[in-house]
Design a binder for this molecule. Structure first.
Ligand code: LFR
Length: 460
């Protein structure tokens, strides 16, 4: 009987259910369900509609049973930093506020009262990003102390869905590191830091490594779906899963996980929490097998996704790339400028940036896309310079994985700006990494190294 593993990979702009199996020595994928995702304004705050997302999770699982392809296990991965607080009956306390919401404005100053930025980076290896969980929790502490008083657990988004599927509240390591509350050396919650911040330590449940069995489906879900299966923790942070699927088996591999965000960096075995690393804004996020993702967060395709939503809805990304290719505009923006994080209008944000920096202001969809794609590629080139200076290593090639690897125009700009060879794919890296964790757990694949060999022969 063919064994299937189900990856439920939920990104900030879309989610997908992918069945993975090994057939004739190769990993085979079958996307069985896909849905749109975005933050929505609820009571004035940008939030995730957790009920709607869970509805999609179940609908995609139901599709597996309709197809007669019952997975032996299922794992959910999502974007990082966001969380849900639950009380001791499992009820959600407040909304699942998303990372682009402004509730964290000024929270860095509050956190600074308890710990200096230098010590915070030294302990956690995570640089300041205003959306990090630490600042979000500080906003909850200040505006909704009652939620923290009633909270029984703080569950990161994928942990919350694993909880809804099984009734077991557990925390996974890779996504926990995105909170900026995990100690980079002990790889555990930094309870001393948590106490200094005045957060209740009991809501931070023991951290488990990817591959841990969470539970089986709740009885009522088994009835609803018509099957039961194991729920296994993948590397629950989508970026951690994506990096598992980098098709390289050598050290010193440079990658960009390209999607709503562009995450550019390398895999290392020890964190770098030096002052230079902090100054350059590199993050040491926890990875599979206790590795670290030494990366820089770059605003990514979010900018073009937003412009498309605003003025280019009738066009595909491919068509938009073709338009951009023909433009001659040379204006560039700093993709990591905070004005692009959650503007009311991305079109206006890009135009204003160009106007304020005395550059040609893009007017058409093609011009706007040209500015964004060129700026991203330039940002990649600057980031390579930083990584090479920090690691003392030269990188000849760049693996681009994730949905953004299909943007061939961006790939060619990346080659132009970086003078490095781009190796695109696999596009479904996150789902593949999610599936690899399940396959390794069930012993169908012996190790991550072997898993990456499978990825190389199956997808490139
Ligand atoms: C990518 C990602 C990034 C994280 C950002 C916000 O989907 O997970 O790694 O920094 O979303 O959570």
């Amino acid at each position: 009987m063919q064994k299937y593993y189900l990856a439920i990979d939920i990104g900030a702009s879309s989610g997908r259910h992918v069945l993975g199996s090994i057939q004739e020595g190769q990993i085979c994928l079958e996307e069985v369900y896909r849905f749109e995702n975005s933050m929505k304004k609820i009571d004035g705050a940008l939030c995730w509609d957790t009920e709607q997302i869970f509805g999609h999770i179940l609908a995609g699982m139901k599709r597996c049973s309709e197809l007669g392809k019952i997975p032996v296990s299922v794992s959910v991965d999502t974007w990082g930093v966001d969380f849900v607080l639950i009380d001791n009956t499992g009820n959600k306390l407040g909304q699942a506020v998303g990372y682009r919401d402004q509730r964290t404005d000024g929270m860095d100053e509050v956190v600074n009262r308890y710990i200096t930025p230098a010590e915070l980076y030294e302990r956690t290896g995570i640089p300041k990003q205003m959306y990090n969980t630490i600042y979000q929790l500080m906003a909850v502490k200040i505006r909704h102390t009652e939620y923290l008083e009633k909270a029984d657990a703080m569950l990161m988004t994928p942990d919350y869905y694993h909880y809804l599927l099984t009734g077991k509240a557990m925390q996974e390591y890779t996504i926990a590191t995105t909170t900026q509350l995990v100690n980079a050396r002990t790889r555990n919650w930094d309870y001393e830091l948590i106490e200094r911040l005045g957060l209740p330590s009991h809501i931070f449940r023991p951290i488990q490594k990817p591959g841990t069995y969470v539970g089986n489906l709740k009885p009522e879900l088994q009835t609803l779906l018509g099957f039961d299966c194991q729920v296994i923790m993948p590397a629950s942070h989508d970026t951690a899963s994506a990096v598992m699927a980098v098709p390289s088996t050598t050290k010193d591999t440079l990658y960009i996980s390209s999607g709503t965000w562009s995450l550019m960096g390398i895999e290392v075995s020890e964190p770098n929490t030096s002052k230079e690393s902090s100054r350059a804004g590199f993050t040491n996020e926890g990875g599979y097998n206790d590795s670290f993702r030494y990366i820089k967060n770059i605003m990514g395709l979010w900018m073009i996704q937003s412009v498309k939503k605003e003025i280019g809805d009738g066009y595909s990304f491919e068509e938009i790339c073709h338009m951009a290719e023909k433009e001659e505009i040379t204006s560039l923006v700093d993709c990591n400028d905070n004005c692009f994080m959650a503007p009311d209008s991305m079109v206006e944000a890009v135009k204003t940036y160009c106007r304020l920096t005395n550059q040609q202001v893009p007017e058409t969809l093609g011009e706007l896309a040209a500015v964004i794609y060129n700026s991203l590629a330039k940002c990649y080139a600057d980031t390579i310079t930083e990584i090479e200076a920090l690691t003392g290593t030269q990188y000849e090639t760049i693996h681009i994985i994730g949905g953004g690897s299909k943007a061939s125009f961006l790939n060619s700009l990346t080659e132009k700006y970086t003078s490095r060879k781009v190796l695109p794919g696999p596009a479904e890296a996150t789902a593949i990494g999610n599936i690899l964790a399940q396959m390794i757990e069930s012993k169908e694949i012996p190790s991550l190294l072997e898993g990456r060999k499978y990825v190389k022969k199956s997808f490139t």
